[in-house]
Design a protein around this ligand. Structure first.
Ligand SMILES: [Zn+2]
Length: 456
C-alpha cells in the first residue's frame, strides 16, 4: 500500500477515536492541510471551561493521564491563544487587565469588549449588544445552552440576556438592574430573558432562580411551561425527554462537583502526605456534563445535510468555582468531566464534518504547578500536594488572595483550539472578540428572519 493511503487510513481511524493528530514523531503537514476548511458550518459546538487556563489544563493532565499523556481537548488540529482583557466601566478606552466571566463571555458572544459584571451590554452607555445566539436563531439554527453552573450564571447568560449586572439572575435579584425590570419597560431578569429567547435546549442548575415569582405572581418556571417548555429536574427525567424546547433544572444552585478532596492550606499543608482525590461524588440524580451534552446533541441534530443545524454552548463552570475555593481535587475533577463532554463533541464533529467545534477557557485562574516546597523555600499562599495517577507528586499553589478569601482570576492569555469550518482562524494570537467574528463567518448565509433586530 502506498504510504499516503496508509497515513490516510490511519488518519481516519485515529479521527474516529477522537485522536485528531498523531504525536510529534510524524510530519503533520498533510493532516493539517487536510483539516483546513474555510467554509460555513451546519453546526457550531462551543466548549467553554470557566477559569480553564494553561495551568489548570496541565494540572488535570498531569493528575489524570500523566505529564506525557493527552486529554481529548489536546488533540484538536488547530490551536492558538487569545487575549482576555475587559475594559473599564467609567473609562471604556482603558483596559481592565483581569476579566470576569461576564465581560469575557460578552466579548466572544458579541464581538465587543465590556466592563466586568456586564451581560451583553456596553460599558458606561448600557446599550444591548447583539449575540451570536441571536444571530444563529435569525439564520434558523436550533440553539442550546448547557452548563454545570446556574443557567443564569454569566457564561450561559450572555447568549440570551442583556442586563447591566450579572447579579440580576431572577425576578427577585434585580437590585443592580432597576432599568432592566419588566415593570420599568426592560427585558426582565436573566432567567426570564433566557425563556423569552426560546432557546431550544437549556440544561444546568439554578432551579431557585426559575422558582422566583415575577410581578404577576407566577414563577419563571410557569412562564417556561406556558411557552411550551418541558421541564426536567433529574437525570432520569432528562433521559426520557424526546422533544424541544426543554428546560433542565438539576440543582437549586450550581450543580454538584464530580470529585472531592482537601482544600489547599498555608505551608506545610499536606506536603508530607500528598492527597489522592475522591472521585464519583456527584449525586446520581444530577446528570453529568457528558450526559447533558449527549442529550443536547441528540435533540438538536437535524440529521439532514444542507439545512441549518444547531448552535450549542457547553460550559464546564466549576473549574473556576473550585479554583476560587482553592480545592485542587474538585478543580481537576471538573476539568476531567469537561474533557469527557468535549470527547463527545469531537466524536460528533468527526461524524458530522460540517461542524465547527471550539474549545477554550474564558480567563486564567490562580492555580500554579510549583516545585516541592521546603521550610526555607515555599509559596506564601495556599498549597496542596497531590499523588498523581502516574505515581509522582504534584504541588499546586493558590496565591492570588489572602487565606480565607476567595482566590481570584488572572489576566493571562488563554488557549483556544478548534476543528471544522473556520477552525484555522484560531491559530496564532487572537482576541476573544475574534471568536464572535469566526462564528459569524461560520454561520451559513440562510434566509434571515430579521436583519435589524437588536443593537449591533
Ligand atoms: Zn470566577
Amino acid at each position: 500500500m502506498p504510504r499516503i493511503s496508509v497515513s490516510l487510513v490511519a488518519g481516519l481511524a485515529s479521527l474516529l477515536l477522537g485522536e485528531l493528530l498523531d504525536s510529534q514523531d510524524t510530519d503533520r503537514t498533510a493532516q493539517i492541510r487536510h483539516a483546513l476548511d474555510g467554509g460555513t458550518a451546519q453546526n457550531i459546538l462551543l466548549f467553554f471551561g470557566d477559569g480553564m487556563g494553561d495551568s489548570e489544563i496541565t494540572a488535570a493532565r498531569n493528575y489524570q493521564v500523566g505529564a506525557g499523556g493527552r486529554l481529548a481537548m489536546d488533540t484538536l488540529p488547530f490551536s492558538g491563544t487569545y487575549t482576555t482583557y475587559a475594559i473599564q466601566e467609567q473609562t471604556p478606552t482603558l483596559p481592565e487587565y483581569v476579566t470576569d466571566s461576564a465581560a469575557s463571555a460578552t466579548a466572544w458572544a458579541t464581538g465587543a469588549k465590556t466592563s466586568n459584571g456586564r451581560i451583553s451590554t456596553t460599558a458606561l452607555t448600557d446599550r444591548d449588544l447583539k449575540t451570536i445566539l441571536e444571530l444563529a436563531q435569525e439564520r434558523e439554527y436550533r440553539t442550546g445552552n448547557v452548563t454545570t453552573a446556574e443557567l443564569t450564571d454569566a457564561t450561559p447568560a450572555v447568549l440570551g440576556a442583556h442586563v447591566a449586572s450579572r447579579s440580576c439572575q431572577g425576578p427577585d435579584d434585580m437590585a443592580m438592574c432597576p432599568q432592566d425590570r419588566r415593570e420599568a419597560g426592560g427585558r426582565g431578569s436573566i432567567a426570564e430573558q433566557l425563556v423569552a429567547h426560546r432557546i431550544d435546549v437549556l440544561l444546568g442548575g439554578g432551579a431557585n432562580r426559575f422558582a422566583q415569582p415575577m410581578a404577576n405572581g407566577s414563577s419563571v418556571r410557569d412562564l417556561a411551561r406556558t411557552a411550551g417548555y418541558r421541564i426536567a429536574i433529574s437525570a432520569n427525567e432528562l433521559a426520557l425527554v424526546q422533544s424541544m424546547p426543554v428546560l433542565g433544572l438539576f440543582a437549586p444552585g450550581n450543580m454538584n462537583v464530580e470529585w472531592a478532596g482537601d482544600e489547599a492550606l498555608p505551608y506545610p499543608s499536606n506536603v508530607k502526605s500528598p492527597q489522592v482525590c475522591r472521585e464519583g461524588v456527584r449525586p446520581a440524580k444530577e446528570p453529568s456534563l457528558e450526559a447533558m451534552t449527549i442529550k443536547a446533541l441528540a435533540l438538536l441534530d437535524r440529521g439532514t445535510e444542507g439545512e441549518a443545524g444547531f448552535f450549542l454552548q457547553v460550559e464546564g463552570a466549576s473549574i473556576d468555582k473550585q479554583s476560587h475555593a482553592a480545592n485542587p481535587c474538585s478543580q481537576i475533577g471538573e476539568l476531567i468531566a469537561f474533557d469527557r463532554a468535549i470527547r463527545v463533541g469531537i466524536d460528533f464533529a468527526v461524524r458530522h464534518p460540517r461542524t465547527l467545534l471550539i474549545v477554550t477557557g474564558d480567563h486564567g485562574q490562580t492555580g500554579q504547578i510549583v516545585p516541592m516546597p521546603t521550610d526555607t523555600d515555599h509559596p506564601i499562599g495556599l498549597i496542596s500536594a497531590l499523588q498523581t495517577k502516574e505515581g509522582a507528586t504534584m504541588v499546586l499553589s493558590y496565591a492570588t488572595n489572602v487565606y480565607h478569601r476567595p482566590q481570584d482570576h488572572t489576566g493571562t492569555q488563554v488557549r483556544i483550539g478548534a476543528m471544522g469550518p473556520q477552525a484555522a482562524n484560531v491559530v496564532g494570537v487572537i482576541d476573544q472578540t475574534d471568536v464572535f467574528r469566526i462564528l459569524s463567518r461560520a454561520l451559513e448565509g440562510r434566509s434571515s428572519k430579521s436583519t435589524s433586530a437588536g443593537a449591533r
